[in-house]
Design a protein around this ligand. Sequence first.
Ligand SMILES: [Zn+2]
Length: 90
Amino acid sequence: MIKLDSPDQLANATKHAQESNLFVQPTSMFRQYRVTDRDNGHGYLVDFFVRNGKRFGHCTCKAGQHNMACKHLSAAAALHACRAAERQAA
Ligand SMILES: [Zn+2]
């Protein structure tokens, strides 16, 4: 579980995400995304949640389980931000 509190936090992961062939899909659960790495076919689940007013993210990959901001989390965060903005606009 990673606490998301600094804009720089995902910067490095975002760079990796842009260099990777990732495919992000929302699942039927709000704030949950399935991220597929098209290069190796591996899929991971990314969850976002809010606890005590703080935002957290979690990914099922190895890095995510070691509380590292991974490229999957970064890629899903970008889509999640878009969707959250759409919900607020609606
Ligand atoms: Zn990950």
